[in-house]
Write a protein of this length. Sequence first.
Length: 101
Amino acid sequence: MLKTTFNISRMDCPSEEQMIRMQLAGLTDVQSLQFDLPGHRLEACHAGSYDSILAALNSLKLDTQFVSSEEMDARDLNDSNRQEKEAHMQASMIFTSMDGM
């Protein structure tokens, strides 16, 4: 399993995070995504090459740049999955609270 980091300079709000999640949802080798909106960073945990991820991100025209890619061990993957679930729940609460406005 690999962890690849991308810098996405035009990603700075939850709506862009959601666009990216939807764009990458069809890629079966992507296991988890960790977003850092203030830092304009995305960490993707995946099998195989990052080329399909980069191509999908580039199609959104958010000025995506590859930063690095490294091997992950099982503990890192479990931590990443837990963080992604927590971030997804937080985003869901934000979107749900905005529905009432």
